[in-house]
Design a protein. Structure first.
Length: 318
């Protein structure tokens, strides 16, 4: 069993070591721990842990964990923790200790994974949604093969901020170097060739001038990453469809893909003064029922329609 994505600097490493040792015993020595240093500053502020020192705290906590699991008695100063002949009993079943996977993407994380951990824990939400959708279909086929299946696959791709896997981004290197106008014109002609629009239509006036763009390299990179996000989602949808095909239910399944423009926060990354400003950053208060304006609530209601919905009756071909 794997316990992953623990934000280690936000936890008491001594207490956590004991909890995880117990889990290793309960699971019969099958614990694999995944940890990361965290990224959300407000989360750290809420618990009084200095955000800028989370890396150092992470390293210290890993040292405490591994020593308590591997040594008969531990003595050491780890402010604010002082260990004096501390003993972990019972120690984990796995020897010398349960495997530790380190999550994150920066250079310090990769070094930590190689020196202290037993591997690198990478996690991409879009791929994880696809993986779980396929797993759901496989489990349904085993447990209820003659019953209908309804699968709602709520991808968050592609919304700001832009996040994608390096191997997917690499596919689009140079594709958007020509800028907005070139890509827009090529897509317009492709729509005509596909028969989706009339061939006598003319391209409308463009709102932005690529030649006046102040940061072309950033915009090119932005488009490459956006395309990579969509690419990864398409790969996942392909795996889902392939699973229906493998089970022999594809021809008896309705697949809907519904989308609206959504509420993109891209402007926050482009214009000064549009960033969200919390009037009381030190207080975490629940959102009031009337906190969202009616127009935005309406938008969110329609935004839920943008996800892939699958519906099948689960009967196999004969």
């Amino acid at each position: 069993m794997c316990i992953r994505d623990r934000v280690l600097p936000a936890r008491n490493p001594v207490v956590l070591a004991k909890q995880l040792s117990t889990i290793d015993h309960i699971s019969g020595g099958r614990l694999t721990l995944g940890v990361a240093s965290g990224w959300y500053k407000r989360e750290f502020d809420a618990i009084g842990v200095p955000f800028n020192k989370r890396g150092d705290i992470m390293d210290q906590s890993l040292d405490i964990l591994t020593r308590l699991w591997q040594e008969n008695s531990v003595t050491g100063s780890y402010p604010p923790y002082e260990l004096a002949e501390a003993v972990m009993s019972p120690a984990p079943i796995q020897k010398p200790r349960p495997p530790i996977l380190i999550g994150g993407y920066v250079d310090r994380v990769l070094k930590r994974a190689g020196v202290v951990g037993d591997g690198w824990l990478t996690y991409y939400y879009t791929a994880a949604i696809s993986d779980n959708a396929v797993m759901f279909l496989q489990e349904h086929a085993k447990e209820s093969p003659n019953k209908p299946v309804f699968l709602y696959v709520a991808y968050t791709t592609a919304h700001w901020p832009m996040h994608a896997l390096p191997e997917d981004i690499a596919k689009y290197k140079g594709v958007y170097d020509g800028g907005f106008s070139e890509i827009r014109a090529a897509r317009f002609e492709r729509l005509k060739k596909l028969g989706l629009i009339r061939k006598d239509l003319n391209l409308s006036k463009q709102s932005d001038d690529w030649e006046k763009a102040s940061n072309k390299e950033w915009d090119i990179r932005n488009m490459e990453v956006y395309a990579a996000m969509i690419d990864n989602m398409d790969q996942g949808i392909g795996r889902i469809v392939s699973e229906f095909e493998r089970q022999g239910t594809l021809d008896n399944t309705l697949i809907f893909y519904l989308q609206d423009n959504g509420g993109c926060a891209e402007g926050m990354g482009r214009r000064a003064g549009t960033q969200f400003k919390d009037k009381e950053p030190d207080k975490l208060k629940p959102m009031a029922k009337d906190a969202l304006p009616v127009s935005y609530t309406h938008l969110r209601a329609h935004e839920t329609l943008r996800y892939l919905v699958l519906r099948g009756v689960g009967e196999k071909k004969k």
